[in-house]
Design a protein around this ligand. Structure first.
Ligand SMILES: [Zn+2]
Length: 60
């Protein structure tokens, strides 16, 4: 089936740097000079905004 639902975003508590939420830095370590790749979606607890996050691969 081509229209499977995407995985639900991970709910996080709101202590994350905005640049990490914006996908401009590694979500796990904050690296900005590493090759970054998509790491799924998160939603801050209490919000409905879904963010697409990235990782440098430090936590696989
Ligand atoms: Zn990292």
């Amino acid at each position: 089936m081509p229209d499977a639902l995407p995985p639900a975003p991970t709910v996080i508590d709101g202590r994350v740097s905005i640049v990490r939420l914006h996908g401009e830095a590694c979500f796990d370590c904050g690296a900005v000079h590493e090759p970054l790749r998509a790491a799924g979606h998160v939603v801050v607890r209490g919000s409905t905004q879904v963010w697409q996050i990235v990782t440098c691969g430090c936590r696989s």
